[in-house]
Design a protein around this ligand. Sequence first.
Ligand SMILES: Cc1cc2nc3c(=O)[nH]c(=O)nc-3n(C[C@H](O)[C@H](O)[C@H](O)COP(=O)(O)O)c2cc1C
Length: 227
Amino acid sequence: MTTTMSVTEAVQARRSVRAFTDQPVSREMVEEILTLAGNAPSGSNIQPWKVCALSGAEKERFSQAVFAKAATSPAGDPPDVRMYPEGMGEPWRERRAVCGEIMYEALGIGREDKTARMIQGGKNLTFFDAPVGLVITMDRSLAELQILDMGIFVQTIMLLAQERGLATCPQAAWSMWSDTFREAFDVSDNEMVMMGISLGFPNNDEVAANIVQPRLPLQEYASLHGF
Ligand SMILES: Cc1cc2nc3c(=O)[nH]c(=O)nc-3n(C[C@H](O)[C@H](O)[C@H](O)COP(=O)(O)O)c2cc1C
């Protein structure tokens, strides 16, 4: 594959996309991205990541299983990992609130419109209609530090996708459906569901493919010494 995008360009262009076209993503492309992402570094090279890639009828089957479960257990399955701390402090609480405000305002969903917010949240469960859904798991016996390895792996997938003209949305929402995932794909209870990733070609005509979230200035998160 000829590369036309630098790493810098891929990092700058990547954003969480929540609207995709029907254009399929081939098995070969998914395999290529996941093979290359396997080059991600991990502590002691233990490569703790596992990925379940879903497309077509299998992706649909999983979504249907989740919707069926949600009908009786709207709060989802007991999570394998904590998504956020109880009573998250500042400045993180505020940043999270701003993130939600930016997204819902862009989508024209009002602050009090709980139904529309729920519908938008529910779109997570079809991988935002992306042709491919990835479910990322990690063995329960591993330690907290291995979650860093997982994050590096996930970002590598997303940048490789970006380079290929694809778009992604990382989704912690899938961690709420851990048992349902394991039951649907006969996966061992040792595998913790960390997150999912929607993967497909972006539908750039949709607002949901064009939401830009702000970033902090460097001095708010970095200190440089001895330069
Ligand atoms: C670990 C992780 C979990 C996320 N979970 C979700 C999710 O469940 N649903 C969703 O719509 N976006 C999710 N996001 C996307 C974030 O909201 C997004 O990355 C953030 O707002 C920054 O925007 P950007 O990715 O467009 O730069 C998640 C991102 C990360 C890194």
